[in-house]
Design a protein around this ligand. Structure first.
Ligand code: KG4
Ligand code: ZN
Length: 407
């Protein structure tokens, strides 16, 4: 096998594989920058009937899709397996059975073609999706330290990305991450999905709320966020909520989204909106072809509902914005990177850009195609690891609770 330095100088071709949740994805990326292909088989329609991802169904679909998706990614990129320098795969966090499909196939390929295997943290992938595209646009590279907000259906995390000093780098990649904020209960995308469900809208809820919020008054319902008490794990006391990972030392900027979901439910009940919700749900079930931005979908909502939707979104985005910029200021970040499914949100993009401009900070988002789960981000995040020779061994297995920058 060739050494990492030799291979990366030649072509730097990495096949990335992602199967952590409900998307089976494969992509070939050259040199951590140029995506030669990016294939995603989404299971969204399958899970839509259940209002959320069903783990057993997800694994079965990944099994069905993994071989054709990888084949398609290789053929669109116009490369053969023997041309690859490495195969990278998401090792976690995610659903154990779903991760296992991607990892097993990636391992089989690395054994069959004698290529190195690279394990990638899904969250680091989301961050690198943005950095990869910033490099493609030949913008000023984002300077470290960087604050990354990863905000999706499963995560709402703030990370500080810092440069490791050279002595630390051996086998570890060039970056160090510190988790400086996370949700203590629901993820922001989960709140979008649950509130959309409460309102009888489609799944996933984010695109529905995003489209309909444009028609409502964001000031109509004044939702408020409670201050989250700082975590106390430093002195050995674990937070009560087991979903919440322990913090790293220093100030933290946490989130909580379950309260606003309950507030929306209470609003629906106290304003006699239940029947309208049920009617909307039934109409949408009859018309699965109606898209979130369609006139038909908007016509299903009266002004009170549109105002509620707009107010929910205004409050959630405001909360994400306040915590992110406060953290960036505290840690002296040079820029902010937002990624994950909720980074597709139009109000979030617009308000983050405006605030970053006001403060003279750089801000970057992924293109819509790379906002949601994909494998180009996995191959991009693997690039540094290829260069540093940070390879996985045969023992690589699914790590459903894998953390980035945890304790
Ligand atoms: O990153 P992702 O594809 O999967 C993971 O959860 O890892 O994110 C999916 C989440 C869903 O909760 C979905 O409702 C949300 O991203 N989402 C959005 C938008 N598009 C997708 N949330 C707000 N606005 C959007 N436009
Ligand atoms: Zn994701």
């Amino acid at each position: 096998m060739r050494s990492a330095g030799e291979t990366s100088r030649k072509t730097g071709l990495i096949l990335g594989i992602e199967s952590s949740c409900d998307e089976t994805a494969a992509s070939v990326v050259r040199g951590g920058t140029e995506a030669l292909s990016n294939v995603v088989a989404s299971q969204m329609n399958l899970h839509a009937n259940y209002g959320g991802v069903v783990p057993e169904l997800a694994s079965r679909e990944h099994l069905r899709n993994i071989v054709p998706v990888v084949r398609e990614a290789m053929s669109r990129a116009g490369v053969g397996f023997e041309d690859l320098d490495a195969i990278a795969v998401t090792e976690g966090p995610g659903l154990a059975g779903a991760l296992l499909v991607g990892i097993t196939y990636a391992k089989a390929l690395t054994l069959g073609f004698e290529k190195p295997l690279i394990g990638v943290n899904h969250l680091e992938g989301h961050i690198h999706a943005v950095l990869m595209e910033a490099r493609q646009r030949a913008e000023q590279p984002m300077e470290l330290p960087l604050l990354a907000l990863v905000v999706s259906g499963g995560h709402t995390h703030l990370y500080l990305g810092e440069q490791r000093d050279l002595a630390e780098q051996r086998g570890e990649g060039a970056w160090r991450y510190r988790n400086v904020g996370r949700t203590v209960d629901d993820a922001a995308g989960e709140a979008y999905d649950k509130v959309a469900k409460l309102l009888g809208l489609g799944y996933p809820g984010g695109p529905w709320i995003d489209a309909l919020a444009k028609r409502g008054n964001p000031q109509a319902v004044p939702f408020r966020f409670a201050q989250i008490k700082p975590r106390v794990s430093r002195d050995g006391v674990e937070p009560k909520n087991k979903k919440a990972p322990p913090r790293t030392e220093g100030p933290s900027f946490d989130f909580s989204f379950s309260g606003i979901k309950t507030a929306v439910l209470r609003y629906i009940e106290t304003h006699g909106m239940r029947e309208a919700v049920a009617a909307r749900r039934a109409r949408l079930a009859e018309h699965p072809e109606w898209t979130p931005g369609s006139e038909e979908a908007a016509a299903l909502c009266d002004q009170q509902t549109l105002d509620l939707i707009a107010s929910f979104q205004y409050a959630v985005v405001g909360n994400l914005l306040r915590q992110s910029f406060a953290a960036a200021e505290t840690f002296g970040a040079r820029g902010i990177v937002v990624s994950g499914g909720v980074a597709a949100n139009s109000e979030l993009r617009q308000r983050f850009r405006a605030e970053a401009d006001r403060r003279g900070l750089a801000v970057a988002f992924p293109s819509l195609a790379l906002s949601t789960d994909n494998a180009a981000m996995i191959a991009a995040a693997a690039w540094q690891k290829l260069v540093m020779g940070d390879f996985a061994d045969d023992g690589l297995g699914p790590a459903p609770q894998l953390r980035l920058g945890g304790v």
